[in-house]
Every structure is written in C-alpha cells, then in structure tokens.
Ligand binder design. Structure first.
Ligand code: AMP
Length: 556
C-alpha cells in the first residue's frame, strides 16, 4: 500500500477537519499479527464480555488456537472457508480467529437467513466447515448442509460463556446438545486446549472474510474483505472516533455485517479493549447493559438509536458512559440526532460506507459539527477517511465539481479487491479497483459529502439491504403469481420497508396475507413484503423490464 495524501488530490479537504492527517500507516500487516500484538501487550484484559462471562485476550488466544488445531487435525487446509452462522455471541469471535489461525477464510452468515439463503451462501463460498448455534442447526442448517461441500458442523449454545439463567434475551433458548453428525464446539475446544497451531502469517492481500451482499441479478456475491482492508478500517475508526485503550466497545451492530465486524471486533482487538456482546438486540436489555458495563463507543444503524429512545427504561442518565456514538448503513434524519441528544445528552455521528469499503469510506470526525443540506435536509455523511479518494461522476464517468450531484466512486485501502469467484461482477462494480457505489450524492465546497439518492434499486430497511429481485424471485415461486415487482416505500421507523406489486395468473386467486406469509416462510424477516398490492399488469418498458421507479412514485 503506497500512502498517498488525499490532500494532494483535493486540497480543499485540508480545510476540514483541522490538522487531520491525510495518511495513516497501519501498525500491523494482517489481523492475526494485530491480534497477537494485543495479546502480548494486554493479555490480562477482557477481550469479550458476555453478560456475566469474561474472556481475556490471553484466553481468547488459547481458545482460538484450540479451534485452529482442531480444524487442522480434521484435515482443514489453507484457503478453505468456514461459515459462521451465529448471533452476536463470543463464539463468533473464537470462530473468526480460529479460522484465520488455521489459514482459512471466514464466511459471515446472517443468523436471520432461512434455508434458501443459507444454501446459496454455502454453495457459493464452498465452505467446508460450518459453525452454528444448536437451534439454528435444528431449524435451518440441518436441511441444507447435505447439499453442500460442508463436511464438518460445529454447534454451540448461546448459553455458553456465561452463567445467567434469568435473562430475557436468552429466555427462549433451550439447551439442545450436539445433533447426530455434528460436533460440539465446546468439547472440541477442550480436547485441543493447550495446542498451538503452526504460526500463520496471512499476506495483507489475502481474503480474511467473505461478506455477502445480494446482487441486482443472480445469487448473492461474497465481497472479499482482505486482512489489509480490516486492519486499515480498524485504524480509521480509532483515528476518526478518537479511541484509546481505555475505551469499552459495545457490539450493537450485527457481527455478520461488515460494520459489526470492523467497528466491534477489529477495533476492540486493535485497542486491546473489551467488546461487550449480548446475543441479539433487545432495547430495554441494552439500556440496562450500558448502565452496568459502561461502554464508551458504539456504531449501529439509526433504528438501534430510535429503539433505545423508545425503550421503557430509557432515562437521561442511562447512556452517560457512551460518549462516542456513530451511525451508518442508512440515512440519519437530523431530527433523530437532536431528539437523541435531548434525551440522552449524546451526539450521534454519521459514518458512511459499504460492505465493499470494509465499513467507512466517509466519517464525521469526533469533534466536528457536520452540516445539513438545506434542500434535501440530508445530514452530511462526513469527509473521506485517510488515503481515500472520492469522486462524484456523471453518467459518462466524468468528475463533477463541488455542489453537483452524481454517483459516488471511491478508491482507497479499504476497498475490496472483488467478489469471490465473480470476475464479471467485479469488473462491473470495481473497474480498475475503483468502487462504483450506486449511491448518488455530492460534495460541498468544504469537502463534506451528502448521500441524496440511490442509482441502485436496493431497499434500505433500517440498514438491512433488500434487493427487489430476490423478493420477486420468491413471490414467483407461488403458483398464483404471474408478475411481481418489489419496491421500497417510506416507513417511519425503518426509513423504508418492502412493498410488492403483484399480478395474478388468470383463473387463480391469492390474498395479500397469503402472499406475505408465503414470502415470510422463505426469507429473512427483514426481506418479506409488508404490503402487497394487486395490479392487472405491472408497468414495463418496451423491452419488458419492470418499471420499479414508476411503481415507487405511485407509493409516494
Ligand atoms: P452495506 O453494504 O450493507 O453496508 O450497505 C451500503 C449502503 O448503505 C450504501 O451503499 C448506502 O446506500 C447505505 N448507507 C451506508 N451508510 C449510509 C449513511 N451514513 N447514510 C445513508 N446511506 C448509507
């Protein structure tokens, strides 16, 4: 990586934030080296806090060594993939590190995925190992793994690594035990405890994780976030958010999503700070947890902070420790920032990026007061982070001057090298390594950026991305559906939610409830349509392309 100063290319950026360095040098070449350095420096500190459970950096080192040794004894070889299908549990971090130490690539899988979605990811990634929760194995994975290259399934329980039995978040969890054909992760760690796998040193450009994003066409694509991408983005958060070893990180963003992985796991590892995990988001429980654990830093989608404001136990004192809050993944209404500040006294800072930029490409520096666009009311997403060149371009790829609206295209050390086994999609989205984001925005004269629209058809339901095509494909599986077109419609909590327009085959019938239930059964909870409207015909272009934009206008 050759450090270039962003200010050489865009001198006006030097005006803000004052004195901010244009380049940073990362201390570690890869995530394994970064983790080892932290173990050496801060071995006795808590790495993970999970309710009343504590795992120090040294213990995390021992546990992940044991997993790597176990994988290697099972015939695992460098470059193989390990799919991790759990919630925000300590086992996610153990599995991630164990995979890297065995020379493998981790595959992040959303625990909301149902059979169809899991099958696509396991097939595309060719994962040979699956780490999952006992309940998810029983309900989802058991029916899928036989059709894939998975040869080892390690199951675990969210009740492990802590002793509380009175928690609401874990109230529905039952201990099931390892099913036939699976291996208990805890037992494996015990068996290999104390063994050290041979030291691996991934190359900076080696893929560390595959993070799946759905595509406008075809199956989901695995963005290849490299070790260098992760190390760089961890340093970005540390610099822009002003973090140090005394911080405590609240892992509120889902760890399978790139922001949860970077702003939670990678940042905590870089700082030698504890990462507070709590299985899944439940607003009242998180308010109590913040009061008890006193985390200082978190990054989450704006719906998280809206939910925290509406928690029954919200009181002005509750989030006092959380002085460094950033939100990304979806537009942030400035009114929400104000309301949050009034209730909790804390500022929500904007951060913008994509899976393909390994979380932040733009960030609001900690002490800055970001401007709001007067016409659209959009809060600035911040300024480009270190060593990152962002251009606004027109339809022909020509760079536009400040103030003019076009597509945001980005180059920088956090941009992924491509999609797993998808050279054509890589060439289309990342020509010459420059990411075409599909987001539409502009930069003002002072170098602040604003996201005002999307070129892509993607629906953004509170940070969860839904591609209309995927929902349409599921609706087409229903025997009564002739045509389906899916769009995002405004929603007061999520920003946007999913609506389907459907025309039925002659002589058949189906109700709105029936189609909703049909889709709900087959996809992650945030994807199925909340509304279905029946039309005789779906508007189309002469070539037969669905006119989603036209349908969207009808709903406004
Ligand atoms: P993902 O790959 O899930 O991280 O989604 C990336 C997309 O989320 C971007 O292309 C944007 O459309 C949207 N996004 C991310 N951060 C922001 C933000 N701060 N404000 C508005 N939209 C955002």
């Amino acid at each position: 990586m050759t450090p270039v100063s962003v200010y050489d290319e865009k001198p006006w950026l030097a005006r803000y934030p004052e004195g901010q360095p244009g380049s940073i040098t990362c201390e570690h070449p890869d995530m394994v080296a970064l983790f080892r350095a932290t173990v050496a420096r801060h071995g006795d500190r808590d790495a993970l806090r999970y309710f009343d459970g504590r795992i120090t950096y040294r213990e995390l080192d021992v546990l992940s060594d044991a997993l790597a040794a176990g994988l290697l004894a099972d015939g695992f070889t460098a470059g193989e993939r390990v799919a991790i299908f759990v919630q925000n549990d300590p086992q996610y971090v153990i599995a991630l590190l164990g995979t890297w130490k065995a020379g493998g690539i981790a595959v992040n899988v959303n625990p909301m995925n149902r059979e169809r979605e899991l099958r696509l990811i396991l097939t595309d990634s060719g994962a040979s190992v699956l780490v999952t929760l006992e309940g998810l194995y029983r309900d989802v994975a058991a029916a899928v793994v036989g059709d894939t290259a998975v040869r080892t399934v390690l199951t675990t329980s969210e009740l492990d690594h802590q002793t509380r039995r009175d928690l609401r978040i874990l109230a529905d969890v039952e201990r099931i035990g390892a099913a036939a054909g699976t291996v208990d992760l805890g037992a494996l760690l015990e068996r290999f405890r104390g063994q050290r796998p041979p030291t691996v040193s991934p190359a900076p450009d080696d893929t560390a994780v595959l993070t799946y994003t759905s595509g406008t066409t075809g199956p989901p694509k695995g963005a290849m976030n490299t070790h260098a991408n992760l190390v760089f983005s961890a340093h970005t958060y540390r610099g822009f958010c002003g973090l140090g070893p005394d911080d405590v990180v609240l892992g509120v963003a889902p760890l399978f999503h790139i922001t949860g992985l970077v702003a939670g796991v990678a940042v905590a590892m870089l700082l030698g700070a504890p990462l507070v995990l709590f299985h899944r988001f439940e607003p009242a429980a998180v308010v109590d947890l913040v009061r008890a654990e006193r985390p200082t830093f978190t990054v989450g989608s704006i719906t998280v902070f809206i939910a925290l404001m509406n928690a029954p136990n919200a009181d002005p004192d509750a989030l006092r420790s959380l002085t460094r809050i950033w939100s990304g993944g979806a537009p942030i209404p400035p009114s929400t920032v104000t309301a949050f500040q009034e209730l909790y006294g804390q500022t929500i800072h904007n951060v913008y990026g994509l899976t393909e930029t390994t979380s932040p490409s733009h960030c609001t520096p900690r002490d800055a007061d970001p401007p709001v666009d007067e016409t659209s009311g959009a809060l600035s997403v911040g300024v480009p982070v270190y060593d990152t060149i962002v251009r606004i371009v027109d339809e022909n790829g020509r760079e536009l001057p400040p103030g003019e609206v076009g597509e945001i295209v980005t180059t920088g050390p956090q941009v992924v090298k491509g999609y797993w086994n998808k050279p054509e999609e890589t060439a289309a989205a990342l020509p010459d390594g420059t990411l075409h984001t599909g987001d539409v925005g502009y930069m003002d004269a002072d170098g602040w950026f604003y996201v005002v629209d999307r070129k892509k058809d993607q629906i953004n339901a509170g940070g969860y991305k839904v591609w209309p095509r995927e929902v349409e494909d599921v609706l087409y599986e229903h025997p009564a559906v002739r045509e389906a077109a899916v769009v995002g419609v405004p929603d007061p909590y999520r920003g946007e939610t999913v609506k389907a327009f459907v025309s039925l085959r002659p002589g058949t019938s189906a109700t709105e409830e029936e189609l909703i239930a049909f889709a709900k059964d087959r996809m992650a909870a945030y994807k199925y349509p909340r509304q279905v409207e029946f039309l005789d015909d779906i508007p189309k272009t002469a070539s037969g392309k669905l006119l989603r934009r036209e349908l969207k206008v009808r709903t406004q």
